[in-house]
Design a protein around this ligand. Structure first.
Ligand SMILES: C[S@@+](CC[C@H](N)C(=O)[O-])C[C@H]1O[C@@H](n2cnc3c(N)ncnc32)[C@H](O)[C@@H]1O
Length: 296
């Protein structure tokens, strides 16, 4: 089952509450800014990909909202989220597959790349969000978008690649785009007329092996552009465009084009997520946090 990969990944990051406190503080700053430039947060909230809640400013949200619905494919992770709340009565959980595809994707590891690519091409997403009918004042995507089809790349699920990274990867990217369009279409239905939609997604990975000095592709261009100062992340839009054109962004981190025409982008925040720092590896994600409203 593809969902097992998420359960395992969430189990790996279950203890990251303290490590990710600066990310949560940064979101608090963003929520305050949205309150200033648009309206204060309140009413009913829907959190997508809420997981263990380590990247969610739980205190702030439970004070602001009367009701909070948590969505994830991993029920156990949501239990972990709930264990950190103070006002658990405000919360409810909905366990669904945001893609609607996991039951249709078999084990790919004995399949040829051609066959696996053809399978990906044939799939049409049907998000579990269809099950939700009420409307919300606030919807937030909590860094799930790049994870949706990620498990198809892990060793257990990847097909037998015969000809380098080619057709299969491309088809997964096209499918990811269809999945995101489907999710964004549901969000349009679920968001109240004057509602706030915050889509947070890890967009670039800055990873360095301290022993070998090997880096992921986006690392050096971004560090050079900001002069190693993460406070300058907001000022380098042209570098991001260039890196995206060179496909150095993380698959699934884009906002689907036709859907972005249906939302008004009120503001884009670019923030660092200091994900991992060990003796060997340093890993920072550059998160794009889109603040959308309906385009009325
Ligand atoms: C990177 S994690 C986000 C971190 C999470 N907010 C936390 O603090 O633990 C992405 C989350 O998206 C969830 N997710 C990934 N694919 C999903 C899918 N198809 N349907 C529902 N949730 C999914 C994962 O289970 C995971 O909890």
């Amino acid at each position: 089952m593809l969902s097992t990969a998420h359960v395992n990944a969430n189990a790996d990051t279950r203890d990251c509450w303290n490590d990710w406190s600066s990310l949560r503080r940064t979101y608090r700053g963003i929520f305050n800014r949205i309150s200033e430039i648009y309206k204060p947060l309140g009413g009913k909230a829907l959190l997508l990909g809420a997981g263990n809640g380590n990247d969610v400013d739980i205190d702030y949200l439970e004070a602001a909202f009367d009701e909070i619905v948590l969505v994830d494919i991993d029920s156990e992770a949501l239990e972990c989220f709930l264990s950190k709340t103070r006002q658990s009565k405000k919360f409810s959980k909905v366990v669904i597959d945001l893609t609607g595809l996991y039951s249709k994707i078999p084990d790919l590891k004995n399949m040829s790349e051609n066959k696996a690519a053809a399978l990906m091409r044939s799939l049409q997403p049907k998000s579990g969000l269809a099950k939700i009918e009420e409307q919300f004042d606030f919807i937030m995507g909590c860094n799930y978008a790049t994870q949706l089809l990620g498990p198809t790349f892990t060793s257990n699920y990847s097909p037998r690649i015969d000809s380098g990274i080619g057709e299969f990867l491309q088809e997964v990217n096209f499918l990811t785009d269809r999945v995101l369009k489907d999710i964004f279409t549901h969000i349009k239905r679920l968001l109240k007329n004057d509602g706030i939609f915050v889509h947070s997604t890890d967009t670039f990975e800055l990873k360095m092996n301290k022993l070998t000095k090997q880096t992921s592709p986006a690392t050096l261009p971004i560090l050079q552009a900001i002069g190693n100062d993460y406070r300058r992340l907001g000022d380098i839009a042209s570098t991001y465009h260039e890196l995206r054109n060179r496909s150095m962004h993380i698959s699934g981190s884009h906002v689907p084009q036709s859907e972005s025409d249906d939302y008004k982008l009120q503001k884009l925040f670019v923030i660092p997520w200091f994900f991992e720092e060990t003796e060997v590896v340093s890993r920072v994600y550059i998160n794009f946090v889109y603040f959308f409203t309906h385009k009325n």
